[in-house]
Design a protein around this ligand. Structure first.
Ligand code: ADP
Ligand code: ZN
Length: 674
């Protein structure tokens, strides 16, 4: 007997080993095996058993030992891993490594008696539990989920609920129904550290039954949580992207909260999208997939239109609070000013003043941390750039450094231009630090805090900032997109969006969609629990449909407009994309490899039945990153069948190509084209 073993190496294939008869019984698919590989022993995962010996010359190697008494992965999980490997063109061994705690592939970890401590939960705040009477819309959604769970059939539903509409209650009731059936529930969140309130609600609802699974765990904690789920000690898994692989063997439902969130996409191999994998896993498991969002992705909504997904909506806030009033301020009509006060429009300043007078809280949103976007020499016009990424370095004035936001390269703040030696250096473009300074100047008595990557990395800093916000101590909170996710700040009645155009004009076909989502989510932070909220959006293009739709809280008008553009250009959801990125230390190598791939693909597509359009090759918008030059080739296809053929052609070309020094990353369904 033989087994095909997936090894954590970047190769598309599995490796066949002979099984000694003494181990034949135990060598089940899903079990880890220790095998000889390239002059050493490695741990891999048995994918399947086979009677056929491998087609090689020479002796077939024999596996050394098995690491588990019973399989770690069930058949459904193995099938899911294979699907991910095929669809995302990722080496099966890398998929397995992403799916299991990494300790499972280390020999040292195998030998060591596992010393497992109690997993430290994120600070769970106490909850004042008010008994809830479901609204009619909530009840309808819950009935729907319960009925589908009763049928034990695969089904996907989009739960489209405005911010604060009570989606969480629907999630909780759905999970409860699955648990009552003796099945399990998987609850996916984009980021766990940002949503302590939500987590607290889930753990309070299901005491002792929840396992947390996310990247913030230590390795021992990860193994512990994994085992709790695998053994059935916990039957609910709450986690981020990688929780999609949680070992739940009788899955009833998978809930994907904020399904539109980009954090579900893994940006390194395997480049899977956890929301899409969730739907596939639900299908393989005969489970219910519930995708929730206030701003569903176009892909998901398109599946509703095609009747692949069921649609449920929660159009109102149960607490009776109206959605905030959104005002677009045309910055072209505001007086220009060279000093920091030019950052604030007159309407925003007036509203800020009034809000402070009334003793209410404000959030100011700007999606750029640091002080200024770049440092420019007034004499010669040179700017300071990252030597590895070739982008402008951001000034961080508090720590007196220039930093690269792509690779974290940093230098002390210079006092002279490195080109001409002049000392007139000007900080251009604003970040959250500058907003903070400008505010302190305007309102010296006011308690102002900043919430971005720079102020939240220190231990406990994030919790402290949130506590000060909830107690009302902080009067104005300035933040990046980190504040847009999940937080419920009841005292906030004003949200100011400093530069809405910042995200609108990124060179990416999803820029409009992201801007709409961002504005809607930020606006959703304002005025919950009966207090009406106000949002002021500063922009140079108040006529843009993303902004207008966000202003009127009208998802449908946004979708209609955006769909037209996407359809015209063949972008998702009206076409499939594969982005192939070739990176190298040498720009010419990266470029010529990309050109070679284009030629190879043209040969396949021309005269064939494939309908593929090839864009590029061209330097990626981020043409250089961490010292490597990046060229890319964007492939647009009409349907999934073409996508498979294109994948094969890419794989053939890249494996035949022996040219060294070029790394090829294939991104199927890419989220970012930067
Ligand atoms: P969402 O996740 O849709 O943004 P939440 O589930 O966080 O919204 O609910 C928003 C607020 O409304 C929460 O404070 C929640 O306790 C409250 N809430 C939800 N459902 C009801 C209800 N039926 N009656 C009263 N309050 C509710
Ligand atoms: Zn850099």
């Amino acid at each position: 007997m033989y087994v095909n073993v997936a090894l954590p190496v970047p190769l598309m294939q599995t490796f066949t080993y002979a099984v000694p008869s003494s181990l034949a019984q135990q060598a089940q698919p899903g079990t880890r095996a220790l095998v000889p590989f390239r002059h050493r022993e490695r741990i891999g995962l048995i994918m399947e058993q086979t009677e056929t010996p491998p087609n090689i010359t020479g002796r077939v190697k024999t596996l050394s030992e098995l690491c588990d008494k019973s399989p770690l992965c069930d058949d459904i999980m193995l099938e899911l891993l294979q699907w991910i490997s095929r669809y995302y063109m990722a080496p099966i061994g890398e998929v397995c490594r992403a799916a299991l705690p990494s300790a499972f592939f280390r020999r040292a970890a195998l030998a060591r008696k596992s010393r497992i401590g109690l997993a430290h939960m994120t600070d769970v705040e106490t909850l004042d539990s008010v008994p809830i009477v479901f609204t009619a819309a909530q009840q309808q959604a819950i009935d729907h989920s319960q009925r589908l769970l009763g049928e034990c059939l695969f089904h996907t539903t989009l739960l489209h609920g405005v911010t604060g509409s009570g989606k969480t209650e629907v999630y909780l009731a759905t999970m409860e129904a699955a648990i009552k059936q003796g099945r399990q529930a998987l609850f996916m969140l984009p980021e766990i550290g940002l949503t302590p309130q939500l987590l607290a609600r889930v753990t309070a609802h299901f005491p002792d039954r929840v396992a947390l699974y996310h990247s913030g765990l230590t390795e021992a904690q990860r193994v512990e949580q994994w085992l709790r789920l695998h053994t059935g000690a916990a039957d609910i898994c709450c986690g981020t992207r990688s929780a999609i692989f949680a070992p739940l063997h009788n899955l009833g439902c998978i809930i994907v909260d904020e399904e539109h969130d980009g954090a579900y996409k893994q940006e390194e191999s395997p480049r899977y999208h956890a929301r899409d994998v969730a739907v596939v896993r639900a299908k393989l498991s005969g489970a219910l997939a519930l995708l929730g969002s206030a701003t569903p992705s176009l892909e998901t909504y398109h599946n509703v239109e095609r009747k692949k997904y069921h649609y449920l909506s929660l159009p109102d806030r149960p607490t009776g609070g109206p959605l905030p009033e959104v005002m677009l301020v045309d910055m072209r009509k505001e007086p220009t000013s060279n000093d920091a006060s030019g950052l604030f429009s007159r309407p925003l300043l007036q509203a800020l003043d009034a809000n402070l007078q009334a003793g209410e809280q404000t959030i100011l949103f700007l999606n750029r941390r640091g002080f200024s976007q770049l440092l420019l020499c007034r004499d010669c016009g040179a700017i300071f750039r990252c030597p590895d990424c070739d982008i402008a370095l951001t000034l961080h004035r508090r720590v007196a450094e220039l930093r690269c936001h792509y690779c974290e390269f940093s230098i002390p703040r210079p006092t002279t231009c490195r080109e001409c030696g002049a000392t007139h250096l000007k900080a251009m473009g604003s970040g959250t630090e500058r907003i903070e300074d400008a505010l302190l100047e305007h309102f010296p008595q006011v308690s102002i805090a900043r919430f971005d990557r720079d102020t939240t990395t220190a231990r406990g800093a994030r919790q402290q900032l949130l506590r000060d916000m909830h107690s009302g101590k902080t009067e104005i909170l300035i933040g990046t997109q980190m504040i847009t996710k999940g937080h419920d700040f009841p005292g906030v009645t004003l949200v100011g969006i400093m530069q809405a155009d910042l995200s609108l004009y990124l060179p990416d076909f999803r820029a409009s969609e992201r801007t709409f989502q961002l504005l809607t989510q930020v606006a959703g932070r304002a005025g919950r629990r009966n207090k009406p909220g106000r949002v002021i959006v500063q922009t140079f293009t108040p006529e843009h449909y993303s902004l207008l739709a966000a202003q009127s809280h009208n998802y449908m008008t946004f979708v209609a407009k955006e769909e037209t553009h996407r359809r015209e250009l063949g972008y998702p959801p009206y076409g499939k994309l594969i982005n192939v990125r070739c990176t190298s230390n040498s720009e010419s190598k990266a470029a010529s490899f990309a050109q070679g791939l284009r030629d190879a693909l043209s040969r396949v597509t021309v005269g064939g039945t494939l309908d593929v359009s090839i864009v590029g090759p061209a330097p990626a918008p981020r043409a250089k990153l961490a010292g490597r030059h990046r060229w890319q080739l964007l492939l647009k296809m009409k349907n999934a069948a073409d996508m498979r053929k294109v994948s094969e052609a890419i794989a053939t070309h890249t494996t035949n190509q022996t040219e060294s020094g070029v790394q090829v990353a294939v991104d199927v369904d890419p989220l970012h084209l930067l």
